[in-house]
Write a protein that binds this ligand. Structure first.
Ligand code: ADP
Ligand code: MG
Length: 395
């Protein structure tokens, strides 16, 4: 990774503003934190700074407040949870800029930690407002960005603030950029990509970028229907994007030209209706009953995919193989998750739903890296520059 990190600078005694991503799912009725993975993921950077006696000022957004303070979106409970996770006291201030915050920061001793209130209670945050950025920056001597999952957003705490402070990456940011960057740009080959999900239109950037990099491209999920149709296979009432048939054909041609092994499903689980408890049938892709829909990949397809994946030394996976939200159609996605978990290869998982599935199956530790980036990891895998990463100091 070509960006400086907290390890490249002296933080002792300094006031360090750390942008974390504490945008965790909350129970709308009770406000309880439903999943604290993101809080846990911030611990390495925070511990690193505290152990070197920095004064740590944490900031984050949470949810989409409409205007100003919203009780249900306060970060106060997150300060408490963080304290439990890192076994250190964590202070909390009821704003992120202004005199109260300045006083709280002035009172910090070496190794102290304070969490500021939800950045988005100020609409200037999402507008990347210069004076708001300057006010945030004024709290600290150094800025650390550890919020990879927000790094595709040009907000004040991600971008604006870097105009006023030396800006470096946190350890989570470093891990995300380094593991995904290496897998994509300097992979141990063969490099395979498994692609799924609902729509080709969401995945064009990813597919295009993959074609210049991967050796093997396995396509399942809803997007496979558009590819099958583009090749002339009838797919009944499956989700087909008729305006993307040309794009799909172009991708298949480029794959051939680049000697990328592109593999489509050969059999599928079809359903009369995509709903729990309905009639289903496993058929060859050439025999999708008219009026029926492809809802998952079939067993032969999974065997083919497994054979290809066993050849790979690096695998990147984005997008479920079927409508995994319904148990009857979750088999293909679960099988791919378990297979990746068992491979003796570098395995990278990116994308919101895909990462959730791996987590639900308890397979996070069986993968080399499960990106918490959601949209940011997709943007990264598409080869886009991330606006929050660009301004960080070069090594
Ligand atoms: P990610 O969030 O990991 O990037 P996507 O958002 O692209 O993944 O795709 C997830 C969605 O794709 C899921 O809601 C799933 O139901 C849908 N999907 C997968 N296969 C099919 C299919 N055959 N038909 C319709 N939808 C599908
Ligand atoms: Mg998604």
């Amino acid at each position: 990774m070509n960006k400086q990190t907290v390890k490249d600078i002296d933080v002792t005694g300094r006031r360090v503003l750390v942008r974390v991503d504490f945008n965790v799912p909350l129970d709308i009725n009770t406000g309880a934190i439903l999943n604290d993975t993101r809080i846990r993921a911030s611990a390495p950077t925070i511990n690193y700074l505290v152990e070197r006696k920095a004064r740590v000022i944490l900031c984050s957004h949470l949810g989409q407040p409409k205007q100003g303070f919203e009780k249900g979106l306060t970060l106060a409970p997150l300060a408490k949870r963080l304290a439990e996770i890192i076994h250190r006291p964590v202070g909390f201030v009821e704003d992120c800029v202004g005199s109260k915050v300045k006083a709280a920061v002035a009172a910090l001793k070496e190794g102290d930690i304070v969490l500021l209130e939800n950045l988005r209670f100020h609409p200037e945050e999402e507008k990347n407002d210069p004076s708001f950025s300057k006010a945030l920056a004024g709290l600290a001597d150094i800025y650390v960005n550890d919020a990879f999952s927000t790094s595709h957003r040009a907000h004040a705490s991600m971008v604006g603030v870097t105009a006023y402070l030396p800006a470096v990456a946190g350890l989570l940011m470093e891990r995300e950029l380094a593991t995904m960057g290496k897998a994509l740009n300097q992979p141990i080959r063969p490099l395979a990509m498994v692609m799924g999900g609902a729509k080709v239109s969401d995945k064009i950037g990813l597919l295009e970028n993959a074609l210049g990099k991967v050796d093997i491209l396995l396509i399942g999920g809803g997007i496979a229907s558009t590819f099958l149709k583009a090749r002339g296979t009838e797919v009944g009432s499956s989700l087909v994007e008729t305006d993307k048939l040309e794009v799909a054909r172009g991708i298949m041609e480029r794959a051939k030209k680049n000697s990328v092994r592109l593999v489509l499903p050969t059999d599928v689980v079809t359903a009369e209706k995509i709903a729990a408890g309905g009639k289903t049938r496993v058929v060859s892709v050439n025999d999708v009953p008219s009026g029926w829909q492809i809802a998952d990949v079939g067993p032969k397809t999974l065997d083919n995919f497994a054979r290809e994946l066993h050849k790979a030394k690096t695998v990147i996976w984005n997008g479920p193989m079927g409508v995994y939200e319904i148990a009857q159609f979750a088999g293909g996605t679960k099988a791919i998750a378990r297979l990746l978990g068992s491979l003796d290869a570098i395995t990278i998982v990116g994308g919101g739903s895909t990462a959730d599935i791996v987590e639900e199956l308890g397979l996070v530790n069986r993968m080399t890296h499960v990106s918490m980036g959601g949209g940011a990891s997709l943007a990264f895998l598409e080869g886009k520059t991330l606006v929050g990463v660009t301004p960080l100091l070069e090594k």
